[in-house]
Every structure is written in C-alpha cells, then in structure tokens.
Write a protein that binds this ligand. Sequence first.
Ligand code: C2O
Length: 551
Amino acid sequence: GITRHYKFNIKLQNVTRLCHTKSIVSVNGQFPGPRIVAREGDQLLIKVVNHVPNNISIHWHGIRQLRSGWADGPAYVTQCPIQTGQSYVYNYTIVGQRGTLFWHAHISWLRSTLYGPIIILPKLGAKYPFAKPYKEVPIIFGEWFNSDTEAIIKQALQTGGGPNVSDAYTINGLPGPLYNCSAKDTFKLKVKPGKTYLLRLINAALNDELFFSIANHTLKLVEVDAVYVKPFETDTILIAPGQTTNLLLKAKPTYPNATFFMSARPYVTGQGTFDNSTVAAILEYELPPNVRSNSMKKKKIPLFKPNLPALNDTSFATNFANKLRSLASPQFPANVPQKVDKQFLFTVGLGTNPCPKNQTCQGPNGTMFAASVNNVSFAMPTTALLQAHFFGQSKGVYTPDFPIDPLIPFNYTGNPPNNTMVSNGTKLVVLPFNTSVELIMQDTSILGAESHPLHLHGFNFFVVGQGFGNFDPINDPKNFNLVDPVERNTVGVPSGGWVAIRFLADNPGVWFMHCHLEVHTSWGLKMAWIVLDGKLPNQKLLPPPADLPKC
Ligand code: C2O
C-alpha cells in the first residue's frame, strides 16, 4: 500500500436548509464532509486541526484499527478530545478491508454535521466479486436540525426528557422536494440507459433507521459494512445508523420518459416522537444524444414514487436481516469462530434515573430518561480509558467489573418490572488476547420494546442468530448459523427480541460498544471492552503517538 495524507480543518460554516441558515461545525467548510478514498493496505495520515470553540474527536467507523486503537477516535474512550487550536494526526493502516465505511465526529452530538464517506477500493489489480460498475456513487443519509444540536442534547440531559427530533432527513446533505422550502436542495443522480451503478449507502443519521427504495427499479445488494455478501435482489433495503450497504443499480436499457424518486423514511418501533417524513432524491436518465433536449423538456415527465414499508414494519426488518449472508467464498471466507471461550448475555434497553432534588424532570413519571447495558448506564470518564489502561492508571477512571450477565434475570420482553431505575458506573469487561466471544444482546421492554443498532468498535462480528422474545440458552443455539452468517460492525437488536454475535478478540486495546442511535448513547447505552496484549510482539497495542491530545 501507499501513504495517503488528508487535512481536516474543523471550522464553522453557514449552511442553509429548509430556509433556515445556521452556523455548523464542518470539515474544510464542506457539508457533508469530504470523502476519504484509499485502497486496502494503504496507510492514512489524517491531520485534524480544530478551529472551533467545541472539543472535537473523529471516529473512522468500521475501520478495524489493528493495534492502532489510539486512532479510533471516540472521545474519552481512546483519546482526549482535540481542544480549540490543537491538532492530532490520525494514523492507521487499512488491513483486510475493502468497501464502504464512513467517518464521523464522536463527541456529544457533533456528528449531526461532521460526517463523510470512507471508500476503500480493492488492492491495485484486485477485482470486485461482481462486474465492474460504470460509476460509483456515495449516498449518505443524515438528519437536518434547524436549531443547534448541541443545545438540543444539553437541554434533554438537563431536564431528563426526550430531545427534539430533526426537521428533515437528508440524502447527501439535501432534504429534497417533499419538504417545504427545499425543492432546490435535491440530490439528483443522472444515469445512462443500460449502465450499472454502484450505490454506496451510508446511514449517518443521528437517531433513525431508514428504509430506502428507488421507484420502478430493483436493487442488488452486494456488501454491508465493508464485507461482501451473497448478492440478492430487493426493492427496498433497511439501513440503521452506523451501517453501510452497497447496491448495484442497473439502469433500464432504454430511455424511460420519466423520473424516479429515491426515497427513505424511518423504521420506528419505540414510543415517543419522531420525524415521520420522507426524504427524496431524484433518479433521472440522461437524454439520449438523438433527442433534442428542448422538445423533451416541454412534455410533462411523469414522476414515480416508491412504496416504502410502514413505519413499524418489523416483519420486513426480520426478513431482510435473514437474507444477509456472508459471501463465504474461497477468496472471501467467513472465519466464524466455531468454538466459544466466553459467553455473555447483555440486556439493552431504556430505563430511568431519579430526578435531582429541587428539579422537575420530563422523563417517564417525572424521572430522567436513561439507557443501559445489563442495567449499567455508562458514565463517561473525564480522561481517556485507553490511556488509563495503557499506563496502568485505572484508579478513579474505570473498574473492570462489568456484569457479564444480567444480575437479576427477569422476563425481558414481558410486562415491564416496577423498578425501572438503572445503576450508573464506568465498568468494563477485560478479555485475554484471542478470546473467542459469543455475545447475546437481548432487548428489554422496560420502557417499551425497541430496535437498537449496536455498534462494536475495533472488530467485525458474525451475526449467528436472532429471534423474538427471551433468548433460550438451550434451544436457540441449535439454530445458529456458523457457516455463512453476515459479518458486520453494527447490528439491529430486534425490537422485543435478541441477536447473537461472535467475534475473536484479536485486537488489543479499549473498544467502545454502544447503540448507534445517538440519543440512546447519550442516555448511557454504551460500555467498553479491554482486550489485553498477546505474548508476541505483533500482538501488542502500539505505543501512543506523541501528539495524542491531553485532557
Ligand atoms: Cu459510528 Cu462509536 O460510532
């Protein structure tokens, strides 16, 4: 591989959407942010310079960061944030990965405007396991808030209530023609008849899983989270925040006298308010050279809209998840751990914290909303966990006693228990190098069942099983797929159900795991794993770089 240099100047930029202008935190004044393009095997040196009042940290979502945990980016987990006027060079090499990923801010809610694609091409001379597309197009979903997202989450955490929802979903930063005052802000994809396009979909939205479809066109799904899958055709896909999906779009062989909406809207299973509107972009066929554009334009061109599933269509979500299978070919094998060294059962879900004295709170029954893993709501430390671990200074920063099973088992998906209170702490799990882990993540219905897209840093994992109700440790494992389960970095824990994943802890460091719905992360649905060094020199975390930010 080669070394590629990027510079990210973090600065304020005025952006107008839906007739509202606001000053956003941007990279190089661009919104969405710039693309990172590299090949498998390349080294990236990305210098991030902070010119804004906020603390900044950038995460390279889905990059494995083998031994380079210092470059992973979650604030107070692998590094202290980059303060105003400071800079940090993220230095990592892309090992064994090719496909679509993305980068985003990993501090507070700044990823609402700080995000962009990472495109990893195969090594020079290596091919895709499908015919080379005519063109490749990133399609990045986001959420636009007319007001300041830092103020929104700050207020929600102070009052204990649910934060305001966004004012629009966006495709490549644009809300599209279905919103007021937005017709000009529409992403348009022009295609040539008969050609095949690789759409690189990224869900960078803060808080919503999305259905996506293109009217009158079939999509062929070929990759998720930068891992090839067995291709299959579908009209609609589901993509959670933190997930990426590559689709082949074959343009119709002849010029259709029509334009087509590419639309997305949310999949919502929880309670509460959400933005149920639709974002649209336009797929338009380029005029054939023998047609005079004027005569063509005068005709009224029909416009087709896709049918998207209902907002709470969990059966679509389930069927779609079941269709995802690793390619599991000789060239791209699925290295599913066949034996398990350690098994964990984590409940994930919402709960409450008591309202501070002399305050009124806007959470359930006057409490404050919280969220937890095994009833522990994760308290962010004020110094970075990875440094504390590396320098043996865990005292006062974290404790290695994360409960590996729910302490008091209950009927997770039945009637909610009377006591909805969480406990709070900075608790981690410690894993010896090369531990083969099986993790069952069980949704709870404490404040209503809800789908939670769980993201693990530092690893890909295999999704070996999923189901509804409570996980049955005797019978459910009999149906696990250990042959060609999908390999990814973010998986939806089914609403009112469970998902089983396996991964090999072959990457020393401290690795964050959390719900990628930002509101749930803010409420504490997060935890971290420590993976210890192995014995061999190439099984150890590299030393921290000299410019690692200080807290
Ligand atoms: Cu994409 Cu910890 O995040």
